[in-house]
Design a protein around this ligand. Sequence first.
Ligand code: IMP
Ligand code: MG
Length: 185
Amino acid sequence: MYTLLSETEIAERVAELGRICTETYRGRPLTVLGVLNGSVVLVADLIRTIDIPHQIGFIRASSYRGETTVAGQLTVSTDLMPMITGRDVLLVDDIFDTGRTMVKLLEVLKQYQPASVRTAVLLWKQGRCEVEITPDYHGFLIPDVFVVGYGLDYNDDHRHLPRIAVLQPTDLGSSDANQTEEGDI
Ligand code: IMP
Ligand code: MG
């Protein structure tokens, strides 16, 4: 495992995103809506750099997983989501990979008639997009490597790492993951 983005680099960039959000949403009814579980660290840091009143909430996306999460059969749960009708939603996820998760979430959110929806991710993986949309805000462009930390997992481990690290083939040992198990992404 090696470090791709340090704690300091991430903190500086998140603070920049927070400043942009502060100006963009000043005077607006903002809800920062995190995608569980991967966005929890980013949401916790980002909201503390958005210097205007706003609400937070979470939505859950799950997919059937093997060793690494794929957005194949994605299910979205809105059980924990606060009321977003008429509000400006900033949908926050850990990473934009194929983009399929984001597309599915946007489809679901539309049904609740928010005033607006923009998307923000910490990482935007290059060369992987399979959809028509791109994130409105991103922290960093990264190459097509498998990363963990700062909320991102491998088989639900490593989310707690304060930096972004690249998992190498030697780190990807045998796994307990059940191919039919459903898990948060
Ligand atoms: P999507 O392909 O954009 O729909 O991304 C699906 C999900 O896959 C993301 O929300 C992450 O949970 C996961 N994912 C994609 N790339 C990585 C990675 O490099 N590390 C950890 N999780 C990833
Ligand atoms: Mg994941």
